[in-house]
Design a protein around this ligand. Structure first.
Ligand SMILES: Cc1cc2nc3c(=O)[nH]c(=O)nc-3n(C[C@H](O)[C@H](O)[C@H](O)COP(=O)(O)OP(=O)(O)OC[C@H]3O[C@@H](n4cnc5c(N)ncnc54)[C@H](O)[C@@H]3O)c2cc1C
Length: 393
């Protein structure tokens, strides 16, 4: 098995990490794996499961103790996320713990931290973030949802799409245009709670993967929210998003390596059991070489992802490094899972097989949290910064 190769993972080397790994593995195997097919049918992970995650201390693990968290670093959160994907439990955990939560911890007021963060740690509140709109995805600066300053409140109009946790979340941090006419600086982040008049949610989309993760459209029609719902400073939303996207992209790499490790282990197991031509599929040199290649690919991207995890834990991860990790780990995810699926033959095409689910889910890794082309744009801008500074643009 790939996971039996005893190559130490540097971010997870401590005894505490090993204990956490054992307890999250036990937890997912008992509380999630047996129910996952049902959750896929319901297109959501039930809120009770989130509460159980909270009880175990598996949510928002780096939140400071004063807000109910364990005050740990990103390595712990990354380990939980990775093990969820290893077991094929694809849900909006990363969005909750590692995308939305840091925004509030880093830019929120004391009241916002008390209201949202303390409840996110326990699973009492589930979080979502709304950046993408039906007509605007990659070109985030062009977003159209407006939050009009009405003196003592904002009036929000517009819509968002593809929002993870859209249905089950208790609130959304919504990227809105507060200053029309200044494309770069006119974007702000605003909390909108479920149940606020004029805020409605579409039915979860039917997707080709991540089926237990509710992905929805959100609609805002004259939604009135108090000024105190602004996150950080008005007009700073785009800057905040660009800063926090590095962590989000590191999470994508973590999820990719977790998913691939899980499928590789399941494939190694399968080929040793599948009989053909008076031997097992594992006895063919083609199978052994294919899987050796897959293991080597995973190892290489896992090592780079480990570097990013450690840097993020030290708050030193550079956005370009994070983009490189997301770009290459998501490509590796698609490629290796495709190779594994081939070894399952027809069974690989049948939904109940984890490799089929992982194949479907892997496809979006090259699209969300910034498409591969956007990652290449970020990397190439850094490569050619000096060239264009000298007047080439
Ligand atoms: C399952 C799922 C969950 C998601 N969760 C969330 C969420 O929680 N919150 C949220 O705000 N959004 C979420 N998204 C949205 C996601 O981030 C966007 O889909 C993504 O940013 C791409 O935007 P788009 O779909 O509008 O594609 P577009 O922006 O229309 O891009 C289409 C294609 O154009 C190409 N392209 C884009 N930019 C460039 C470029 N600069 N150069 C060359 N080619 C380019 C790429 O091939 C890209 O795939 C989610 C999406 C999915 C599918």
């Amino acid at each position: 098995m790939y996971s039996n190769i005893e190559i130490p993972r540097t971010p997870y080397a401590s005894e505490e990490h090993q204990m956490l790994k054992k307890s999250v593995d036990d937890f997912f195997l008992k509380e999630a794996v047996p129910h996952y097919e049902q959750w896929e049918k319901e297109k959501r992970v039930p809120r009770e499961f989130w509460l159980k995650m909270g009880e175990q201390g598996f949510l928002c693990m780096d939140v400071p103790e004063e807000y109910g968290g364990a005050g740990l670093d990103f390595t712990y959160s990354a380990l939980v996320m990775e093990r969820a994907r290893y077991h094929g439990i694809d849900f909006g955990l990363g969005v909750h713990s590692d995308i939305v939560c840091p925004y509030i911890v880093n830019y929120g007021t004391e009241a916002q931290k008390q209201k949202y963060v303390t409840r996110m740690v326990t699973g009492e509140y589930i979080a979502s973030i709304g950046m993408t709109e039906p007509s605007v995805g990659s070109d985030l600066k062009a977003l159209k949802t407006t939050a009009k300053d009405m003196g003592d409140h904002y009036l929000i109009n517009g819509s968002k799409t593809f929002i993870t946790n859209g249905e089950i979340a208790h609130f959304v941090i919504c990227a809105c245009r507060t200053n029309v006419g200044t494309p770069d600086e006119g974007i702000s982040l605003i909390f909108i709670d479920k149940g606020t008049s004029g805020f409605s949610v579409g039915k979860p989309f039917d997707k080709i993967g991540l089926k237990a993760q509710d992905t929805c459209e959100l609609f805002f029609e004259d939604v009135k929210v108090p000024k105190s719902n602004l996150l950080g400073k008005e007009g700073m939303g785009f800057k905040y998003m660009m800063t926090e996207l590095a962590r989000e992209r590191a999470c994508m790499a973590v999820e990719a390596v977790g998913s691939v490790a899980g499928i590789l282990d399941k494939t190694i197991q399968y080929v040793t059991e599948r009989k053909m031509f008076n031997k097992t599929l594992a006895d063919f040199q083609n199978t052994q070489f294919k899987l050796a290649d897959c293991a080597a690919e995973l190892q290489i991207y896992q090592n780079y992802t480990d570097t990013c995890i450690k840097l993020q834990a030290e708050h030193k991860l550079h956005p370009v490094q994070a983009s490189m990790a997301k770009l290459k780990a998501s490509e590796m995810q698609g490629k290796v899972i495709d190779e594994c699926l081939q070894l399952f033959g027809g069974y690989g095409f049948i939904w109940e097989y984890p490799v089929a689910k992982a194949y479907g889910s892997a496809r979006v890794s090259r699209i969300y949290a910034g498409a591969s082309e956007v990652m290449k744009l970020i990397i190439s801008r850094a490569l050619f910064r000096e060239y264009y500074k000298k007047g080439k643009s």
